[in-house]
Design a binder for this molecule. Sequence first.
Ligand code: ATP
Length: 388
Amino acid sequence: MLSSEDKTMESRKPVHKLSETIHSLLGWKSHVTSNWVKSVCDIMKSAPPDGASIISKPINGVMENSMKKKNDELHNSVLKIEDEIVALTAYINQLNTQRRQVLNEFLDLRGNIRVFCRIRPIAVPENFGQLKAVAALDSSNVVLKLAENKSKTYSFDKVFHPGSSQDEVFAEVEPVIKSALDGYNACIFAYGQTGTGKSFTMEGIPQSPGVVARSMEAIFKQAVDSNHVYVFTFSMLEIYLGNLKDLLVPQPTKVMDPTPPCLSIQTDPKGGIDIDNLVAIPVTDVNQALKLYKLGCRFRSTASTNSNKTSSRSHCLICLSITCLDAPERRRETNKLWFVDLGGSERVLKTKASGRRLDEGKAINLSLSALGDVIHALQKKNCHVPYR
Ligand SMILES: Nc1ncnc2c1ncn2[C@@H]1O[C@H](COP(=O)(O)OP(=O)(O)OP(=O)(O)O)[C@@H](O)[C@H]1O
């Protein structure tokens, strides 16, 4: 807080205040970010043009000369800072290009498809006797105990042990989020048996949000910190019993309610996938995106089964479409980042499901096996990938 005396002093020497602020910002060069450039631009915008309003009436010739000198100095400082801004903006762009290249090389080296295994903790009331023991051997291998003298080891790009936090999981995903802002299509999905923690990992719980919420936060923050203007749209759907359902469109509850338009998957001319009639809602910040996400989650089909109290009975897909018009160096003008929380594979004998639960389980198993074929073909780089 300034005292009234301080305030008088302040109002008497606005020129010093401006130059001091600018100098302090210049001394801050090591933290060059677009926010820094914006701050300097804002200060310059608020500076009086050529110091014109600093003193409205010259008192005498000496005073006039001294003011003119000060105005010239200020003018020169402003010109110098303008030059610095141009140079720094070019420097930031150059660093961004380098960062993009390094990130791409890094992701290429790690492989286009990366598979992580997260072992979830076993809660006390769960039946230990019937559960097969899974243990992390190291950061990339897990061992599954099949019988007393029989075990099998599986390798992954990364293994998360039962104590791993949501933060640790997200840290591995974050480079993908960055590359999505650079214009690359990306997809993060959770796959596994029912009750193994897919929804916990993707959606999380209120006190410990999962990958989707953390990714949204990261992407909007990085977009604000960048030099570019992005346009985002948010969509969310589920595949239930083989049918697509828009989770952002109210579903009819009464006979008189309008039926929402039918969704259908189309391949666009560039080989990408489009879903006809899927609602895409423009979002400008993370709060809007998370509100829609919460809304969509409420409409998801879940039910209690023998294996999981809140089992997903469908596959849930969230799409953030990213457009950037002022960055020709991006991979694409518009790209998509998909998050998928798949329904869990289940052994019908074990779940003892019947009726609708059984139909849901069968539909989930069937689609997961088709997905397995697709991933296998992609990994083997087969010329035919059985998408349909
Ligand atoms: N890493 C974890 N830490 C603590 N609790 C977890 C963890 N993973 C899962 N859980 C808990 O285990 C239970 C089952 O998890 P979740 O619903 O995420 O399984 P799922 O794989 O999505 O199952 P389904 O395929 O049936 O939908 C939930 O109560 C969840 O909170």
